[in-house]
Design a protein around this ligand. Structure first.
Ligand code: SF4
Length: 714
């Protein structure tokens, strides 16, 4: 499956899968990618690559790529949309036709129902420049803050929680200093070796080569547990109790960093008072973690400094996601582990550019650089830059937008590279809502489960066919470089968005002051877009392609052309001044087991696939290794069920039912199941609940009450 022969050219670029941000070389011959090879100068990964980075590129040349714009026949005929789910046949059209129709439909919705009847999804797969343009299109061209993307579903709790505690919602340290300078590692709710594999390797090496103490807290016995000093196997949804219990012991034993607390933090007394409710015995009862393990973990934390805390969606995807993050922020202040190498709070962002998509304003509450849409000063700055009056109202999150389609509040959507039917909770309801939209335009590389509900399908290019930048989980801005020509008539998203914005504005219904410095849409390159980003985004002020192409490795904030970037945040003082302790309270998960749904399902991903699987299911090497969805079930539960030869299971929740093959494994304890959401034939999110964290609006993907049955052979 890997091309043989000598490459005609080698192009260094950044991986399109996860937020680690590995760089590698695409070897190209006859306009095709022959293979991926390591590049020793890659700042994050050196010669390391995981299986997705090495072989996952194969989707680029897959025959199912969208190569021409598609429009539903009814639109071309000027007829009303057919009622029901089936929107009628697709017709291939030229770009002008597709963009003109899309511009007309979005502008019509805006005029008829108001700008806030339009919903926009940016994309964590696309470049910074493309996400910046999508944010500008939503706010300047349409006039709405209804823009969001899948960060809502992964780390919105992190962004909100860390912003409350520290004033900045991003990973504080670098992967390198965590791996090389920590004395202890606390990994909670992160299956690092499968989801951020190269960083997982760095953590394993920290244990094996430097003897770092590793504590893993996870309801499953994930691979990283093999390297851990201690595995705390807490019940799903009990992280706050666990963390408060550990901090109770740290205080009791005198391991807190009193000087740090006194000099750099506030609200400590209220926090300490709240901890009195979490004595070890009570915590053991709630979490299932034995008291002696709690003491052992607290001792490691209290006596090994610096300790880095690492987390992912096991922490964030709960109805208490923000409170979970605040608890971790409390822990690192209590131990004085902030602002130093080898310590910090280290949320691992999922998608390749989810950090950048947030940085670029792909969120309903902030402009680029986290400047709040509700602050007059910030809004006026962008009004002057873009020459348009902007909405002062908070926009809707994706988890609000889609239900709003059901209520008739969202009439039209523009979606770039997202697949909410696969990725959002309670997918039956998602389909039902998307069906009700008057219009949806989808910018995609493949037909997807969501494109069934689209009226226009605009073919975009992959990472290998465009230029731009991605920002990785540690805020490092890295170049993406075009290696091959676009496949068919597909276009880079930044060109598609520019064409669309110009057409909407040409209709003349939105008043724009053309003399404003960044009113226009005549972009000729992503480098030019980045210059505009730098001009309006203080944390990116010093970023330009010349510096990046010279080999400078920049982590934001980069405050000017002479500023070297900021590898470690919160040195000396927090972004908000003093770090703020927040008392946090254990709240049971929303979807409670009962007699009818007695087990708990937790969802996640596997090493060989990515997100909704649109790309990895089209990479033959990855499919050769993992070609079907597997549900992890404990040997005890498997035996009770009679899983013996007949290994197909039916999982049913209060919302839906799926079938998948069983994987009998002690990775999960009795009573717990784990399923991934990579395969449309087993749409796991038909089971999950759309219960949201009240602040971040993230759904609880981690605790779903289910019943499991054997599927009988016919
Ligand atoms: Fe790509 Fe992440 Fe694997 Fe690195 S660890 S090669 S960024 S998927």
């Amino acid at each position: 499956s890997v091309g043989k022969g000598k490459a005609e050219k080698v192009v260094t670029t950044t991986c399109t899968y996860c937020g680690v941000g590995c760089q590698f070389d695409l070897n190209v011959k006859d306009g095709k990618i022959l293979r991926v090879t390591s590049n020793p100068n890659a700042p994050v990964n050196g010669m390391r690559l995981c299986v997705k980075g090495r072989y996952g590129y194969q989707f680029v040349h897959h025959p199912q790529r969208l190569t021409r714009p598609l429009v539903r026949q009814y639109l071309l005929e000027g007829k009303p949309r057919p009622a029901g789910a089936d929107r009628g046949p697709w017709v291939e059209v030229d770009w002008d036709t597709a963009l003109n129709l899309t511009a007309q439909k979005l502008d019509d919705a805006r005029l008829q129902f108001g700008a806030d009847s339009v919903g926009i999804l940016a994309s964590a797969k696309c470049t910074n420049e493309e996400n910046y343009l999508m944010n500008k299109l939503a706010r300047q061209v349409i006039g709405t803050n209804n823009i969001d993307h899948c960060a809502r579903l992964c780390h919105s709790s992190t962004v909100a929680g860390l912003a409350l505690a520290y004033g900045s919602g991003a990973m504080s340290n670098t992967m390198k200093d965590v791996a090389e300078q920590s004395q202890a590692l606390f990994v909670i709710g992160s299956n690092t070796t499968e989801q951020h594999p190269v960083f997982g390797t760095m953590l394993r090496q920290a244990v094996l080569r430097r003897g770092v103490k590793l504590i893993v807290a996870d309801p499953r016995r994930i691979d990283l547990c093999e390297f851990a000093t201690l595995h705390l196997q807490q019940r799903p949804g009990t992280d706050i109790a666990l963390l408060n219990g550990l901090m109770y012991i740290i205080l009791e034993k005198g391991w807190a960093d009193e000087a740090f607390i006194a000099e750099r933090t506030e609200n400590f007394d209220a926090f300490r008072e709240n901890l009195k409710d979490y004595p070890p015995e009570k915590v053991a009862e709630i979490t299932g973690v034995p008291v002696e393990q709690l003491y052992a973990a607290a001792e490691i934390m209290g006596t090994h400094k610096p300790m880095a805390v690492i987390w992912a969606m096991g922490i964030t995807q709960h109805i208490v996601g923000v409170q979970n993050v605040l608890s971790l922020a409390n822990l690192q202040m209590l131990l004085g582990n902030m602002g130093i190498p080898g310590g910090g709070v280290n949320p691992l962002r999922g998608q390749n550019n989810v950090q950048g998509a947030c940085d670029m304003g792909g969120l309903p509450d902030v402009y680029p650089g986290y400047q709040k849409v509700t602050l007059d000063e910030a809004r006026q700055r962008f009004e002057q830059a873009w020459g348009a009056s902007l909405s002062p109202n908070l926009g809707m999150t994706v988890t609000e937008m889609i239900p709003a389609a059901c209520e008739g509040k969202i009439k039209a959507m523009l979606i770039m590279g997202e697949n909410p039917v696969m990725s959002d909770p309670d997918s039956n309801h998602v389909r039902h809502c998307l069906e009700r939209l008057d219009f949806m335009a989808l910018i995609e590389i493949f037909p997807s489960e969501t494109s069934v509900y689209a009226d226009v399908l605009l073919p975009a290019v992959t990472f290998a066919e465009k230029d731009g930048t991605f920002t990785n989980t540690e805020r490092r801005i890295q170049r993406v470089r075009q290696a091959i020509d676009p496949i068919g008539e597909a276009r880079p998203d930044w060109i598609i968005l520019s064409g669309l914005a110009k057409r909407i504005l040409q209709r003349g219904n939105r008043k724009i002051d053309a003399s404003a410095p960044f009113a226009g849409w005549e972009y000729t390159s992503p480098a030019q877009i980045m210059d505009e980003v730098a001009a309006v985004t203080p944390i990116y002020a010093g970023v330009d392609y010349e510096r990046l192409d010279r080999g400078e490795s920049l982590q934001w904030p980069v405050r000017g052309k002479d500023h070297p970037g900021t590898p470690i945040l919160h040195v000396g003082q927090f972004t908000r001044g003093r770090g703020k302790f927040h008392p946090t309270v254990h709240v049971p998960p929303a979807d409670q087991p009962d007699g009818q749904f007695p087990m708990i399902l937790t969802t996640g991903r596997v090493l060989y696939h990515w997100h909704g699987g649109e790309m990895t299911r089209r990479a033959e090497t990855l499919m050769a290794i993992y070609d079907r969805p597997l549900v992890e079930i404990s040997p005890e539960d498997a035996e009770a069920l009679g899983v013996n030869g007949n290994r197909r299971l039916r999982l049913t929740s209060r919302r839906g039912s799926i079938e998948a093959e069983a994987w009998v494994t002690d990775r999960v304890p009795p009573g717990l199941l784990h399923a991934n959401f990579h395969f449309p034939e087993s749409p796991t999110n038909e089971l999950t609940i759309a219960a949201l964290d009240p602040i971040s609006k993230i759904p609880d993907f981690k605790v779903t009450a289910v019943r499991v049955e054997l599927v009988k052979e016919p």
